[in-house]
Design a protein around this ligand. Structure first.
Ligand code: PRX
Length: 648
C-alpha cells in the first residue's frame, strides 16, 4: 500500500463504540481479560481449554523451545467428538447444523445428528479403504456438505486432511497430493458455478495420473447426468454406494493434543506452496474461542461465513469453529451473482441470518453492483458482520456498515493467516470501539508488536513489520515435511519472533492498521498468490524467455496480477499470445492466478547481479515516477519499458 494511503488511513477519525446490547450480553464483555492473560498466558489458555471435552486432561500446558511449540501435552481428545458428539448428547441433537443451498436453488438441511451420522459412516468408509491414523486424505470438492463431512470423518479416525480449493488446476492439485503423499482423494463429479459446471472429476483424473500415492478416489455425485465424469474400475468409488453399507458408529480416535489435524497449502515467497501444519488441541481451542468471542455465537444465531472451505477461513469459520460452538450455519455452493446480484441478500432474508462474514473484495464488488440489491431485501435479522482476508478500505467499511448492517451491526475486521489458525488482531463486539479499517487490537493472550528493520519495537504512531512475540495454541507447528522452511520463513527474519510478512502501523491509541504484505506474496481478492508461482507458470510456456510478476493496486480485488514477459527470439508479440499466456497460467495454477495485465518487454530491468527489480516494475505499473535506477545493469531498459507501458 502506498504511503499516502497509509496517511489517509491514520487520519480516519470516526469511532463506533460497542452497542449496549453487546456490552451487556456479549460472550466476551470483561475488559479485564487482557491484563489477566498477559500476566499468565498459560493459565489463561488452560482456563479456556476447560471448555473443550477431553478424554484425558493434559499434564503440562506448554513446552516452548522457540520456534517449536507443544500445547496441552499429554491431553487426549477428538475434534469431531467436540464438534458433533457433544451436541448430539444434548437438546441440540435435532438442531439444524447446516442449511445448505446449491447454486441451482436446491436445498438441504442437516441437523447435528445428521452430520454426526454421516461423519461416522464416512469415517468407516475411509477405514474400509485402508486409511489409518496419520494417513493423508486429499479433498477436492465444491461447497457441498460432503466436504465438511469428509473433514470431520478424517479427524474422527486421526487421518490428516488436505483440502485443495476446487478452483485449482489439475497440476496444482497433483503438486499438493504429492507433497502430502495422500492415499485417498475425495472429489465430485462436478460442481455448479455461475451456471456452468466445474469439471472436478476430469481435473482429479488428470492430477492422479501424476500422483502415484493415490490408491482410491471417492466421488460425490453432485451434477449427475450433467457430468462427463468417468469412473475407473477398482480405483474410483461413488460416495453414495460406499455410504449405503457403512456402519453407523465409528469410535472416535483418542488423539494426542499435538497430533496433526490437517495441513493446508498456502503460497509463500518461493514458488512451491507450503503445507501449513495444524494440530488437534491448540487449533480446536483457538477456533472455538475465536468464534465464540469475536462472532459472539449464541444458541439461536444463524451464522454465515461466505468463504470457500478450500481456504483457511472456511476451515476455521465453517467446519470447525461454528460447529464446536453448536451454532446453525448457512452454506452456499455457488456464485453471489447467480441468478442475480441479490443472491446473498435473498438468502440472508430467507434464513434469517444473524451473523454474516465475508471479504473486502466481495464488499467492493457489492458496492460496484449498487445498493438496490441489498435494499430489495429485509436484512434486519443481521446483528453482527465480519471482514477478513485483506485490508478493508474505510469506504468499503462504511458501505458495509450502512447498506448491509443498517448502522446497527458492529463490523469485526479480523486479521489473521493460514498459519495463525484464527483471528489474532480483531475487535470484540461487546468491548471494542471500532475505527473503520482498523483490525483494532490483539486477541487476549497474544503479544503482537510492530518492529523496525532491526527488530526493535516501534513506538505508537509508527509503522514497520508485524510480529508475534509469544506462542499461542492455534499457531502452525511446522511446514509439512520441511521443518527448515518453517524456521526460515517465520522465525529467522527477527530471531525469537514470528514474522507475519505483513506491514502495519499503530496509532496513538494502540490500534493496528494492516498495510498489506511486505514480501513477494500478492493478495488477489483475499487469496494469497506468490509472484514466483505465476512467473514459473509463465516461463513454462515455450514462447516465454523470462517473466516478472507484480501485484498492482486494483479497485475491487485489492491487488491485480500484472506480468511483464520477454519472449524467446523469433516469437512475435501478438495480442493472441497475450491471451494464450494468461490462459496458460490459469491452466497451470487455477483461474485465480490468471494475470489481469500482461506486457511484453524486450528486456526486464535487472541489477548487475541479475536480480529482477520488481520495485521498478511496480512503480511503472502504478504510474509513479521511477525511483533510484542506479543499481540497474542497463538503466535504459526500464525507461523504454515505462514509455511502452504508458503508450498501451
Ligand atoms: O496479508 C494478510 C492478509 O491475508 C494474509 C493471510 O492470508 P491467508 O493465509 O490466505 O489467510 C487469509 C484469511 C485469514 C495476511 O498475511 N489479511 C488477512 N486478514 C486481513 C489481512 N490484511 C488486512 N486486514 C485483515 N483483516
Amino acid at each position: 500500500m502506498a504511503d499516502d494511503a497509509i496517511e489517509v488511513l491514520l487520519e480516519e477519525g470516526r469511532t463506533f463504540p460497542p452497542p449496549d446490547e453487546f456490552k451487556q450480553s456479549g460472550n466476551l464483555n470483561d475488559p479485564g481479560v487482557w491484563e489477566k492473560a498477559d500476566k499468565d498466558p498459560e493459565g489463561f489458555w488452560a482456563e479456556q481449554a476447560q471448555q473443550l471435552d477431553w478424554f484425558k486432561p493434559w499434564d503440562k500446558v506448554l513446552e516452548w523451545d522457540c520456534p517449536w511449540a507443544k500445547w496441552f501435552i499429554g491431553g487426549k481428545l477428538n475434534v469431531s467428538y467436540n464438534c458433533l458428539d457433544r451436541h448430539v448428547k444434548t437438546a441440540r441433537k435435532n438442531k439444524a447444523a447446516i442449511i445448505w443451498e446449491g447454486e441451482p436453488g436446491d436445498e438441504r438441511v442437516l441437523t447435528y445428528r445428521d452430520v454426526w451420522r454421516e461423519v461416522n459412516k464416512f469415517a468407516n468408509v475411509l477405514k474400509g479403504l485402508g486409511v489409518q491414523k496419520g494417513d493423508r486424505v486429499a479433498l477436492y470438492l465444491g461447497m457441498v456438505p460432503e466436504l465438511l463431512i469428509a473433514m470431520h470423518a478424517c479427524n474422527r479416525i486421526g487421518a490428516v486432511h488436505s483440502v485443495v480449493f476446487g478452483g485449482f488446476s489439475a497440476e496444482s492439485l497433483s503438486d499438493r497430493i504429492n507433497d502430502a503423499s495422500a492415499k485417498v482423494l475425495v472429489t465430485g463429479d462436478g460442481g455448479y458455478r455461475r451456471g456452468t459446471i466445474i469439471p472436478l472429476k476430469k481435473n482429479a483424473d488428470e492430477a492422479v495420473e501424476s500422483s502415484p500415492s493415490i490408491e482410491h478416489v471417492v466421488v460425490v455425485r453432485r451434477v449427475g447426468s450433467e457430468s462427463d465424469a468417468t469412473m475407473k474400475e477398482g480405483r474410483d468409488h461413488w460416495w453414495h454406494e460406499l455410504m449405503a453399507d457403512a456402519p453407523l458408529w465409528c469410535e472416535p480416535e483418542q488423539m494426542d493434543s499435538e497430533d496433526m489435524l490437517f495441513s493446508l497449502y498456502t503460497s509463500g515467497t518461493t514458488g512451491k506452496p507450503k503445507g501449513i501444519v495444524h494440530t488437534t488441541a491448540g487449533y480446536l481451542l483457538g477456533v472455538y474461542l475465536a468464534n465464540k468471542w469475536v462472532f459472539d455465537m449464541k444458541e439461536d444465531d444463524v451464522f454465515w461465513c461466505a468463504a470457500d472451505i478450500g481456504w483457511v477461513t472456511g476451515h476455521t469459520h465453517i467446519v470447525y469453529g461454528p460447529m464446536a460452538n453448536g451454532v446453525t450455519q448457512v452454506m452456499y455452493e455457488g456464485s453471489p451473482d447467480w441468478p442475480d446480484k441479490d443472491r446473498l441478500w435473498r438468502m440472508v432474508e430467507k434464513y434469517g441470518v444473524t451473523i454474516f462474514h465475508t471479504a473486502p473484495t466481495a464488499i467492493r464488488t457489492f458496492m460496484r453492483w449498487g445498493t438496490e440489491f441489498p435494499a430489495a431485501h429485509d436484512l434486519s435479522s443481521l446483528r453482527l458482520l465480519g471482514s477478513v482476508g485483506e485490508p478493508i478500505n474505510p469506504e468499503a467499511w462504511m458501505w458495509y456498515h450502512e447498506h448491509i448492517g443498517h448502522q446497527n451491526c458492529p463490523i469485526m475486521d479480523t486479521w489473521w493467516q493460514t498459519e495463525t489458525g484464527h483471528p489474532l488482531i480483531t475487535p470484540f463486539p461487546g468491548i471494542t470501539t471500532l475505527k473503520p479499517a482498523s483490525a483494532t487490537k490483539p486477541f487476549p493472550g497474544v503479544e503482537a508488536d510492530i518492529v523496525d528493520e532491526q527488530g526493535n519495537s516501534v513506538p505508537l504512531g509508527g509503522g514497520g513489520y508485524l510480529v508475534l512475540k509469544r506462542p499461542w495454541p492455534a499457531m502452525l507447528r511446522t511446514v509439512f515435511n520441511d521443518p527448515d522452511r518453517y524456521v526460515e520463513t517465520y522465525w529467522s527474519r527477527f530471531p525469537g519472533m514470528y514474522f507475519a510478512g505483513d506491514g502495519a502501523k499503530r496509532d496513538k491509541d494502540g490500534y493496528f492498521w494492516l498495510l498489506g504484505r511486505v514480501d513477494d506474496v500478492m493478495n488477489v481478492s483475499g487469496h494469497r498468490i506468490s509472484t514466483m508461482e505465476v512467473e514459473s507458470a509463465l516461463v513454462d510456456h515455450q514462447a516465454v524467455a523470462e517473466a516478472a510478476v507484480i501485484g498492482k493496486q486494483h479497485e475491487v480485488k485489492g491487488q491485480g496480477i500484472c506480468a511483464f514477459v520477454s519472449l524467446i527470439t523469433g516469437v512475435d508479440n501478438t495480442p493472441e499470445l497475450v491471451d494464450e499466456l494468461r490462459a496458460h497460467v490459469a491452466k497451470k495454477i487455477g483461474a485465480i492466478a490468471r494475470p489481469d495485465e500482461l506486457y511484453y518487454a524486450a528486456e526486464l530491468p535487472k541489477t548487475r547481479s541479475g536480480k529482477i527489480m520488481r520495485r521498478l516494475l511496480r512503480d511503472i505499473a502504478d504510474g509513479k515516477a521511477l525511483g533510484d535506477t542506479t543499481t540497474l545493469a542497463d538503466p535504459t531498459v526500464v525507461a523504454k519499458l515505462k514509455e511502452q507501458y504508458e503508450d498501451e
